[in-house]
Write a protein that binds this ligand. Structure first.
Ligand SMILES: NC(=O)c1ccc[n+]([C@@H]2O[C@H](COP(=O)([O-])OP(=O)(O)OC[C@H]3O[C@@H](n4cnc5c(N)ncnc54)[C@H](O)[C@@H]3O)[C@@H](O)[C@H]2O)c1
Ligand SMILES: [Fe+2]
Length: 435
């Protein structure tokens, strides 16, 4: 077991960790298996969710024809909003409620998969929208029972949402993202076809790859599960249970793949081997953070994306400004890892090395600069915006950014160092620009 001293028992801490994963099929052309899998789940009528921009890629059509060939009645919903909101979740829910479906299939990135999770939830167990949303923002109520089967087919090498029990959305009234978290939300099955990423615009590939990078680094440096308070009942053990030996495995491999392939795959649209590797890294990191939890870069990202003013990046639907998820996360990451390095410097150094840094001669005191420097050099090499100023924020925005992220307790409390409100403001300050 890697680095077991990190998991040393602590007074009142948990003695065990859990592993939950969707059933996964990974390989070129597996979208054509959708019909057979849906049939095996006993689905006769299915809702296929996607977003409009994906139609030209042919991926939703490939899934639809496989379902129809298996004799399944398919209704397509292509109104998913890229970077969904509470309103767009509820619009998809209305479609789900009216269709009398035996199951769901999502074809798209995290926006589509998360929307499908929410539509499955609210159409199966109708409730006021905030009922299941994470406390303290929502009621944090447990989902009362199992959901309908959901087959998730990711088309970005990013979120890992096909393996997680998390659905993230922008709560419009708060101008901040938040989520619903439950093992019951985890898709029943993931059909992961890396060839779908060959059509990904370069900017979406870059943003989603940095989402993967941060999933893996945050899970690897998260508070160890053994220092999290033991749950009152075994079934209350959270999915965000902290770093553990299982999540470590996926993190290490995902970071090693990113160190080798990220820059080249983003720079060369014909690097199909690189794109395939990034999809595998996304899967591994998804499994890892789905069982460990992310921490501050994700917690901070929720206000970075929610408070967006006028940032409209290339490669994404134009019209409404957005800070794409991967960008909203990575602009915080160098600042956060500088802050967290003293808590577990050896883990920060390992992460840097897997990402390609030369750590020969580096000691524990160097961990903060070595890891943040390596992330910054990958950001520069792939033309990611230069910190918060690169996505339209300035020092005057720090109080609002802090207010939006401080309530993200699930994430902030999973960091290996305590993050006070003042510390959080300082992290936003240090994330303004890196070069
Ligand atoms: N549930 C989770 O565990 C989890 C984890 C991380 C992020 N998220 C959420 O996922 C969302 C981001 O998802 P994402 O980064 O996968 O991107 P996305 O789903 O928002 O899609 C981004 C853009 O890429 C396009 N696109 C997707 N696949 C394509 C393909 N193969 N070819 C061409 N175009 C394609 C889409 O049409 C869209 O315009 C955010 O809302 C984020 O908060 C969820
Ligand atoms: Fe993410």
């Amino acid at each position: 077991m890697a680095c077991c001293h990190y998991f040393a028992p602590s007074e009142g801490g948990d003695d065990a960790f859990s592993v939950d994963v969707s059933a996964i099929t990974f390989g070129s052309g597996v979208l054509a298996e959708a019909g057979d899998h849906a049939k095996a789940h006993g689905i006769r009528r299915i809702a296929l969710m996607t977003d409009k921009g994906l139609a030209v890629t042919g991926h939703p059509a490939a899934v639809e024809s496989s379902l129809k060939a298996a004799g399944i009645d398919v209704a397509v919903y292509d109104e998913v909003r890229v970077e969904p909101t509470d309103e767009s979740f509820m619009a998809a829910t209305r479609f789900a409620q009216e269709g009398d479906f035996g199951g769901f299939i999502s074809v798209g990135g995290g926006s589509v998969i998360d929307t499908c999770k929410a539509a499955n939830l609210y159409s199966t167990y109708p409730a006021d929208f905030l009922t299941y949303v994470n406390a303290p923002i929502g009621g944090g109520q447990a989902i009362p029972g199992p959901l309908k089967p959901h087959i998730a087919c990711p088309t970005t090498s990013g979120t890992g949402s096909e393996c997680t029990g998390i659905a993230i959305f922008d709560l419009l009234s708060m101008k901040a993202k938040t989520g619903i978290v439950s093992r019951r939300l985890r898709p029943t099955q993931a059909l992961i076809d890396p060839t779908t990423t060959y059509t990904l615009p370069n900017r979406v590939l870059a943003a989603s790859a940095f989402d993967v990078l941060s999933h893996a680094l945050e899970s690897y440096t998260a508070l160890p599960y053994s220092q999290r308070k033991a749950p009152g009942r075994p079934t209350l053990r959270p999915m965000s249970q902290g770093a553990n030996p299982w999540s470590d495995l996926g993190c290490r491999e995902a970071l090693t793949i990113l160190g080798k392939h990220l820059v080249r795959a983003v720079g060369d649209a014909d690097d199909h081997e690189g794109r395939t590797q990034l999809m595998w890294a996304a899967t591994l990191a998804g499994i890892a953070f789905g069982n460990a939890g992310c921490h501050a870069p994700h917690g901070m990202s929720y206000s970075v994306s929610g408070l967006v003013r006028d940032f409209c990046p290339e490669g994404y639907p134009q019209g409404a400004p957005i800070v794409p998820h991967g960008m909203s996360v990575i602009v915080n990451a160098p600042s956060v890892f500088r802050f967290t390095a003293p808590a577990c410097p050896e883990r920060h150094l390992e992460g840097a090395e897997w990402l390609g840094a030369d750590i020969r001669g580096a000691g524990e005191d160097d961990a903060a600069e070595v890891l943040s420097g390596q992330i910054v050099s990958l950001m520069k090499a792939t033309e990611i915006p230069n910190g918060l100023s690169g996505v339209g924020y300035g020092p005057d925005d720090i109080p609002a950014l802090t207010d939006g992220s401080y309530p993200q307790r699930r994430l902030l409390e999973n960091a290996p160092r305590e993050i006070s409100r003042d510390a959080l403001s300082g992290l936003f300050q240090d994330a303004m620009a890196y070069w």
